[in-house]
Design a protein around this ligand. Sequence first.
Ligand code: T4K
Length: 371
Amino acid sequence: MRRRESLFVTRPMTPPLAELLPMLEEIWRSRTLTNNGPFLHKFETALTDFLGVEHVSVVANATLGLILALRQLRVRGEVITTPYSFVASSHAIRWAGAEPVFADIDPVTLNLDPASVERRITSRTSAILAVHCYGVPCDVAGLETVAARHDLKIVYDAAHAFGVRLAGTSVLHHGDMSVLSFHATKIFNTLEGGAIVARDRNAKIALDVLGNHGIVDETTIPALGMNAKMNEISAAFGLALLPHVEQAIQDRRAVAERYWQQLESVRGIRCVCPPGVPGHNYYAFPILVEASYPISRDALYEKLREQGIYARRYFHPLIADLPTYSDAPSAQPGELPVARDIAARVLCLPMFPDLDPENQQRVIDVIREQI
Ligand code: T4K
């Protein structure tokens, strides 16, 4: 019997090779490989147009982007953040020289709960780092009210939120800065990469300097910078892929609709991101396995694996439960009840634009067969 192909949680997009090759030939001719070359500039311009924002600094990955954003905003002391995210969001706070303090999440959006954030504020709090988890927008109004009341900066980790719109406009307009990821596993990728969206031109220039070792010119290096530059091949890859993203999001929507139609009525399975929400990007398809489902989340995860389907428990364990952070008072047992409950029940199903109906049905069948 032919072995069925493995299905992973995601499958990166690549641009048509014929559209990338002429750009690679140009790079080969010019030998400009990195350090703010022409493709990087073209890519930044194309991104500002596509995203509908003005000030974009492209970086080597989102983790460095988050560190740069926090440093540029002079965040220090404590930063309130979500424990329900990829570990990079808290690591970035530590690398920027501050301490993450965890607040709980909302049970529907799975994003930071502004009321819980407000309860964590102390005289040492300088900022909020919120994540638009799975591309679902945070309660931006709630968070911004809290931030304004306590004079805090807001950085949005928008790693999952490429192309997301809220009330008809880019979600990236919110906060002091937003940071996108262009990692291979994201909606849009440059192999590795990311971008910081800043509010004004001066902030963008300062971020560019900070991400190029702090170098202003050959003899002027006033700041403690780092190397966060994107190379020319990644920028060319991004330029070639960008025209295909809109279609990819449409294709993701079709995948989400197929999941929804067959899973929404399954007792004990809750789909976190219903299709048809305007402005959503369908970055992931998380489900919550409730107590009324016949088997546990982990048992379902194993059943899927037996069939070569590698769903992922994003985001379990909680960041707060990792050894690097578990000593924090905000991470202690009894704290973060919603985040802990969700992390114990979540499973992200395979979701990518070219997930064909036949393979997707394999996933759905395993889930339905347990009933
Ligand atoms: N903030 C948030 C909220 C994030 O989710 C992330 C990253 C960041 C910040 C930091 O962004 P970057 O600094 O990375 O730009 C993956 C990604 O590595 C990570 O970028 C992402 N979040 C996270 C949610 O997922 P892993 O360790 O789970 O990935 P991995 O290698 O297991 O890949 C998942 C599946 O994807 C594989 O089973 C197969 C498939 N895959 C993966 C890659 C890399 C491919 O088919 N091809 C590939 O090239 O972290």
